[in-house]
Design a protein around this ligand. Structure first.
Ligand code: GDP
Length: 137
């Protein structure tokens, strides 16, 4: 099934100059439907990660995600959600498989280079969080 998913290149990876390499890896697997660079406010990052509001690392996560610019993309392809999660690798880069984005570009469980929607229901909320209908045509 053709799906769409949300990808974020997080501030650590943008800061390190790894965005181009990450985009090149993504393009080998999936089509980029839309892309933009932005610097989230605390309110925007807090809203995006609202599902984690009760977690002990929530404040740290919001601080990190607002620490510099990010690149957000809507990706499309056959089974895009699981395929992009596979390309990303495990949340903790120490546990991420060889060749995955997090293995290659992430430093720690908190500063882990990339985000990807984890399910169709999540993608259905996360893509429109950043992209309007017009930007996805
Ligand atoms: P993901 O779907 O693989 O990104 O992982 P989660 O949904 O579990 O967590 C969301 C994001 O919160 C992760 O990508 C990390 O940036 C951050 N995070 C997760 N666990 C921790 C943790 O134990 N400590 C800190 N500081 N951040 C974490």
């Amino acid at each position: 099934m053709i799906q769409r998913t949300l990808s974020i290149i997080k501030p650590d990876a943008v800061r390190a100059g790894n965005a181009g390499k990450i985009i090149a890896d993504i393009e080998k697997e999936l089509k980029i439907v839309s892309l933009k660079r932005l610097h989230l406010t605390k309110a925007q990052a807090g809203a995006f990660y609202a599902v984690h509001a009760e977690k002990p690392f929530y404040q740290e996560l919001v601080e990190f995600m607002t620490s510099g610019p990010i690149i957000v993309m809507c990706l499309e392809g056959e089974d895009a959600i699981v395929r992009y999660r596979t390309l990303m690798g495990a949340t903790n880069p120490e546990k991420a498989a060889e060749g995955t984005l997090r293995k290659k570009y992430a430093a720690s469980v908190s500063e882990n280079a990339v985000h990807g929607s984890d399910a169709p229901e999540t993608a259905a909320v996360e893509v429109p969080f950043f992209f309007s209908t017009c930007e996805l045509i």
